[in-house]
Design a protein around this ligand. Structure first.
Ligand code: ACO
Length: 338
C-alpha cells in the first residue's frame, strides 16, 4: 500500500508596497548603509502603512498560494500560522485569517516559535496529514515587525534587521508511490532550548511580575520592544542550522551534496554564508532574500520559496532543504521533494 504523505501544492507570498532603504533609517537613528550591509547583507526591507495587520499580509499570501494550487479556501480543512507579531495577544491570528478567508468552522492553530515558526507549522501540518486527520492545510508565516521596533539609536542593533511580509503554502495529502521522484515532505526535525529564552525576547506584556501584565514603567523601560544578544544568536545559529541539516540528511540516508537547493531562514547573510561554508555547500545552492526583505521571521522560508519559484530557481523534482534558527532558542530542518 502506498504511504500517506504530504506535498506542497501551491506557494504564495506578499510584502507591503513601501520599501525602506538603509539610507532612510538614518533619519531616525545613528546608523549607516555601510554598517548594515557589512554586518547583515540587508539593503532594503518592506514596512506596512496605516492599519495593515499581520493577518492582512497573511490573507494576501494565502490567496496567492490558493491560486497557485488551483483550489478555493473552501477546500481547506485547517490553517496553521506562525507569527511572533500577532494581530492581538488573543485570539490567535489564524482565527482572524480564517474569518478573512471566509471559511468558518475549520481548525485554526497559531504557532509561536519565532524564526523557526514556519518549520514548526509545516511539521504540525505534515503530521496531521500523515495521520489521515486532514487533507489540505494552509501553512502560513506572517509578520508585521515595523510596529513593534525601537527605531531610535537605542534600538538600532535590532530594528535595522527586520521587515514585514508573509508567505504561505498549501500542503496536501498524497499517496507516495515512488519516493525518489514523487513530490513530498521526506521528514521534519524540530528542536528548542528554553535556557536561552532571554537571549532574544520581548519582555512585556508579561505575567512574570506582580500586578498588571503591562505598565507605564515597562513601556518607559522599553520592555515592549525586542531585545537581543546578537553575538550569542549568531554563534548558536551558525552551529545549530548545519547540525539540523546533517540530522535531516542522516534520517533520509542522503549526502548533503545530493540536496539541490537550500532555503535557510533569512536573519543575516553572514549567518547563511557561515552555515553554507560549514556544510561544504556552494553559495549558488543557497537562495537568499534577506538583502531585499530583511528578516521577516516566520515568513522568510515560504517567502523565499515563492521568490525562488518566480526566479525559476526552484523547479519540480528538486530535493530541497529548509533550515531555521531563532528565538527560544528554537531550530530545525525539513527535507522535501518539490
Ligand atoms: N548601526 C550602526 N552601529 C550599530 C548598529 C547599527 N544599526 N547596531 C549596533 N551598532 C554598533 C554597536 O553599538 C557597537 O558599537 P560600539 O563598538 O561603539 O559599542 C558596534 O556597532 C558593534 O556592535 P556589535 O553588537 O558588536 O556588532 P556585531 O558585529 O555583533 O553585529 C549584529 C551585530 C548584526 C546584530 C550581529 O550580532 C548579528 O547579526 N547577530 C545575529 C542576530 C540576528 O541575526 N538576529 C536576528 C533575529 S534572530 C534570528 O532570526 C536568528
Amino acid at each position: 500500500m502506498a504511504a500517506r504523505r504530504s506535498r506542497i501544492r501551491g506557494v504564495g507570498s506578499h510584502v507591503p508596497e513601501r520599501v525602506v532603504t538603509n539610507e532612510e533609517l538614518t533619519q531616525w537613528m545613528d546608523t549607516s548603509d555601510e554598517w548594515i550591509r557589512q554586518r547583515s547583507g540587508i539593503e532594503t526591507r518592506h514596512w506596512v502603512d496605516g492599519a495593515t495587520s499581520t493577518s492582512d499580509l497573511a490573507l494576501e499570501a494565502s490567496h496567492r498560494a490558493l491560486r497557485a494550487a488551483g483550489i478555493e479556501a473552501g477546500d481547506l480543512d485547517m490553517i496553521v500560522l506562525g507569527t511572533l507579531s500577532p494581530d492581538h495577544d488573543f485570539p490567535g491570528t489564524a482565527c482572524y485569517l480564517q474569518a478573512k478567508l471566509g471559511v468558518p468552522g475549520i481548525a485554526a492553530i497559531d504557532v509561536r516559535q519565532q524564526c523557526t515558526g514556519f518549520l514548526y507549522a509545516l511539521s504540525i501540518a505534515d503530521q496531521f496529514i500523515r495521520s489521515g486527520h486532514s487533507q489540505r492545510i494552509l501553512v502560513v508565516g506572517a509578520e508585521v515587525h515595523s510596529k513593534s521596533m525601537d527605531i531610535s539609536t537605542e534600538g538600532r542593533d535590532i530594528s535595522v534587521l527586520f521587515g514585514d511580509g508573509a508567505g504561505a503554502v498549501i500542503l496536501e495529502g498524497c499517496d507516495l508511490r515512488d519516493p525518489a521522484t514523487d513530490p513530498h515532505i521526506l521528514s521534519t526535525h524540530l528542536h528548542a532550548d528554553g535556557n536561552f529564552a532571554e537571549a532574544l525576547c520581548m519582555k512585556a506584556p508579561q505575567t512574570a511580575v506582580e500586578g498588571p501584565r503591562i505598565t507605564h514603567e515597562m513601556i518607559d523601560a522599553k520592555e515592549h520592544y525586542p531585545q537581543m544578544n546578537g553575538k550569542l544568536v549568531f554563534l548558536h545559529a551558525s552551529k545549530r542550522m548545519p547540525e539540523s541539516v546533517h540530522e535531516a540528511c542522516e534520517a533520509n540516508e542522503i549526502e548533503v551534496g545530493e540536496v539541490d537547493l537550500f532555503l535557510f531562514h533569512q536573519a543575516n547573510l553572514r549567518i547563511n554564508q557561515q552555515v553554507a561554508k560549514q556544510l561544504g555547500v556552494d553559495d549558488s545552492k543557497v537562495f537568499n532574500t534577506v538583502q531585499r526583505f530583511g528578516n521577516t521571521t516566520a515568513a522568510t522560508i515560504p517567502l523565499g520559496m515563492h521568490e525562488a519559484i518566480k526566479a525559476g530557481v526552484l523547479k519540480p523534482g528538486m530535493l530541497v532543504m529548509l533550515s531555521a534558527f531563532g528565538s527560544g532558542f528554537t531550530w530545525g530542518s525539513a527535507l522535501l521533494r518539490y
